[in-house]
Structures are given as C-alpha cells and as structure tokens.
Write a protein that binds this ligand. Structure first.
Ligand SMILES: Nc1nc2c(ncn2[C@@H]2O[C@H](COP(=O)(O)OP(=O)(O)OP(=O)(O)O)[C@@H](O)[C@H]2O)c(=O)[nH]1
Ligand SMILES: [Mg+2]
Length: 449
C-alpha cells in the first residue's frame, strides 16, 4: 500500500540556511542505506559521509544518523541527513535518494506524515502529535511552554486517569447488568454514585483548564464597544501606541472592525475597535453595527466605552443588557481630560482619557488581572477546540448518567452513558479516532513534520 511505503522530506524550513535536515522513514531502510552509502550504518552513531548522485558525483558532505526501528521518532527505521542548507543541494539529495530508493518505493512525504506514523506506531498519542505542531507554531513563550508540557504527556495522563476511572465503573455496572434493580445492594449503589461524582468533578476541572489554555494559545479578544463618538478608535490607537484606526469628530466614523495585536504578560491580546452602536438608517452604518454585535458575541472581554461628558444612560443600559452574560465587561469612562465636574458616578468603571493617556495603565492592569487569572502559565496545556468540546460532551454523558441514579437506578442506561463518555475521551487521545479525523488533523501539519 502507498501508505506504508518509505517517505522522504526536508524537515527544516525552506530557504537558505547553514544546515538543512532531510528525514527518511520506512519499515526497512537497509537496502537504501547500502545503495546510498555502500555500507550498513551503525544505529545512533554520527557518520560523516559523502553523498553522491547516480553518476558517483559528490553532491555534498553530510552528517548521517541512523535510528533503527522501533527506537526512532516514527517507530520505523529513520535516516536523518544533516547537509548544507541550500535548497539546490537539498533537492539534489532528495532526487538522488528517490532514484536510489526506487526498489523500496521511496516517495515524498505528505504533510504531517512523519508525526502520523509516530502516532500510528504508538510512539505518541493524538494529543502529543497535535502538541508537536503547536510547539512549532507557538506565538508566545507561554504557549511554547504548555506545548512542551503537553508533548511530555501531562494532558494525556489526566485524560487516561479519568478514562481508567470510567472503565472501572463500567466493569462494576456491567457485572450487575443482568440482575434486577432490587438485587443491587445499597452499598453498590453508593459506590456507583461516589464514583460518578468523582469523575464529574475531574471533568469539570479539566473543562475549565482546557478553556483557559485555549485563551493562552489563541490569544484573548478584547472588543471596544459603545455609542458613536465616545472615543473607541482613539482608545485603540492609544492602547496599541499606533495610529491604526481613523479618528474624526464625526459620529459614525468607524464602519468596519479594526484590530491591533499587543502582548500583555506574554499573552497575545487582540484589541478590536467596532462601529458605534445607535439607531441608523444608513445601510453601510447598519451593516457596521451588525458586525459590532458579532464581535461582541465572540469577545472574551468587552470594554464598554462611554463619553463621560455626554451620558446617555438608556442607550448604555441597552448595550450592557445585550452583551452576552458570560462576557467579562469593563466600563470605560473616556474623555476625562475635559470632564465638566467630577461629580458623575464612575466608580463602576475606569475613568480615562485616550487624549492625554490618563487611566490607560489602569485598563491594562484590570485586563492583565483577568487574562492571567484565566491562563495561569504553570497549569495550562496545549489544547484544541476539539479537546474542549469532547471533554464537555464526556461531562454531559456523566451528568445524564447521574440523573439515572436518582429515583430509578437504571443500570443499562448508566452503562451506555458511561460508554459514550469514554468514547469522547478516547477520541481526544486518538484511541477511537476515525480515519477522516486523522486526515483532517495531520493535513494541517507542514511537510517534513
Ligand atoms: N478631549 C478628548 N477627546 C477625545 C478623547 N477620545 C476621543 N476624543 C475625540 O472624540 C472624537 C471621536 O473620537 P473617535 O475615537 O473617532 O470615537 P469613536 O467612538 O471611535 O467614534 P465612531 O467611530 O464614530 O463610533 C474625536 O474628535 C476625538 O478626538 C479624549 O479622551 N478626550
Ligand atoms: Mg471609531
């Protein structure tokens, strides 16, 4: 099968560099080794060798290391060639290897194929495979740190522990499945309830950790929202210290979402400016306002910007009420530099001036508090949305199971809900993952990974 043939790819980034690494993986690479180097290489020893083309012309002098199956990244025989990092040299080596490896069917690797083989050969689970990609693509030190932790198995071990607890409970329940309810002792019922409770608590903790980790990985979205002309765009410019958004004295200036990315405590923060919210008959402005609400819906934090000189409490209330409940809202009273009398009530928010910069540090401080509380670095994993949703599903099945321990103790339903919960967790680690899902996950990797 094409899938099982040996593969080759450049593992390092494309372009010129001091060194380039070419990786070859296959079930049995001895024939290729003999063709390339005229000898069998000892495993895990650094060899300094001439690489020649089929006319025996030297292409490059390279360091070659042989990792014998199963003691390699992919679990197969692996040859790692560290050559000079020019693209021409590397492509010449690849062409020569494919020619000399014709007999064993050597071909170019597809995206993520090395990692996929490592997964299929049981060297890593699916969470760890994804963590490799996250480590390579991490956008901050904190994200890289959690990726390496996840690669070392921290998330996998928590999921495996919960899975074992579910399996033990399934064994207990299924052993009693053929007995009528009245034959199950109260002691056993109590044991089942305690165990379900313990699984539920662990899953709740995990959902919250995974959700916080997603913030660390994808960054946090802070949306500037409010009525027109209150100074949202001015605030975006002031916070990002750049003239990104257009500012004019005219209400209704911003029509589209405008965003800027900054780092707070090593976490990527996307600040998004939106069109001012008001009743408008202008078709373009109306579209802009629709986009404002869409941005608010997807926000982690909303900075509700208010002109401290021109309060319109009805509209303020309308906006506050329409912001989804779970969203963290901070009221920002802007234009403090021209405030008439400081007798307004601003204690439920932060008084700032995007003109002279007063209060901006307070905004950053308040957000930092929220950001760091949702992503304490020591505790976070490298996670994906699919992990989050699967853990939530697993939790829901446990909750349904628990509802069947109240009046009627229906063991067959309990067993089924536990089975479904277990499948969700196995999907995360890859034990039961479908071929389609694997295709989707590994095709997002780069070639050579
Ligand atoms: N004095 C003072 N004026 C400000 C401040 N912030 C903004 N302005 C002025 O208020 C006007 C509107 O500012 P923008 O930043 O465009 O307001 P906006 O909320 O983005 O307005 P829309 O895009 O129309 O929704 C401009 O004339 C700004 O110079 C401030 O802190 N103090
Ligand atoms: Mg604006």
């Amino acid at each position: 099968m094409l899938k099982d043939l040996p593969i080759i790819a450049i593992a390092t980034a494309h372009g010129s560099a001091g060194v380039g690494v070419i990786r070859i993986s296959g079930k049995e690479l001895l024939p290729l080794m003999l063709n390339l180097f005229k000898k069998e290489l000892k495993e895990r020893i650094v060899h300094y060798l001439n690489l020649t083309d089929i006319d025996q012309e030297i292409i490059d002098k390279a360091i070659v290391i042989f990792f014998k199956s199963p003691r390699s990244f992919t679990g197969e025989d692996v040859l790692e060639i560290q050559c000079h990092g020019g693209m021409v040299v590397q492509h010449q080596i690849i062409d020569t290897c494919i020619l000399k490896g014709k007999d064993i069917g050597l071909r170019l690797a597809n995206p993520g194929e090395f990692t996929r083989r490592a997964f299929l050969n049981g060297k890593i689970d699916l969470i760890q495979a994804e963590a490799i990609s996250d480590l390579i693509n991490s956008s901050s030190i904190a994200a890289a740190r959690s990726a390496i932790k996840t690669l070392s198995g921290s998330l996998s071990s928590i999921i495996n522990d919960i899975s074992s607890e579910i399996i033990n409970l399934r064994v207990l329940i299924e052993a009693n499945l053929d007995f009528p309810e009245e034959d199950i002792s109260n002691l056993q019922k109590k044991e089942i309830i305690i165990s379900l409770e313990s699984i539920k608590i662990k899953l709740i903790k995990l959902v919250s950790k995974v959700s916080d980790s997603l913030i660390l990985k994808n960054g946090i979205n802070i949306v500037l929202a409010g009525q027109p002309n209150v100074g949202k765009s001015s605030l975006l410019n002031a916070l990002s210290e750049e003239e990104i958004a257009i500012v004019t004295p005219l209400a209704g200036t911003t029509r589209d979402k405008v965003s800027s990315a900054i780092y707070i405590k090593g976490i990527l923060v996307n600040i998004i400016d939106t069109a001012g919210i008001r009743n408008s008959n202008n078709i373009i402005e109306k579209k802009g306002i629709e986009k404002s609400w869409e941005a608010i819906k997807n926000a982690d934090i909303v900075l509700h910007v208010i002109d401290s000189n021109k309060r319109d409490e009805d509209t303020e209330l309308y906006i506050s009420k329409k912001i989804p409940e779970h969203t963290h809202i901070i009221k920002i009273y802007n234009k403090s530099d021209i405030i008439d009398k400081k007798n307004g009530n601003y204690c439920d928010g932060i008084l700032v001036s995007s003109k002279n910069g007063n209060g901006l540090d307070l905004i950053k401080k308040r957000n930092t508090k929220k950001i760091t509380s949702s992503s304490s670095n020591e505790d976070s994993f490298s996670t994906r949305e699919r992990h989050y949703y699967a853990i939530k599903e697993a939790l829901e099945h446990i909750e349904v199971a628990m509802s069947y321990t109240q009046e009627n103790f229906l063991l067959d339903i309990l067993a089924e809900e536990l089975r479904l919960s277990h499948i969700e967790l196995c999907n995360i680690t890859g034990q039961f993952t479908s071929e389609d899902m694997l295709e989707k996950i590994f095709s997002s990797f780069c070639i050579g990974k």
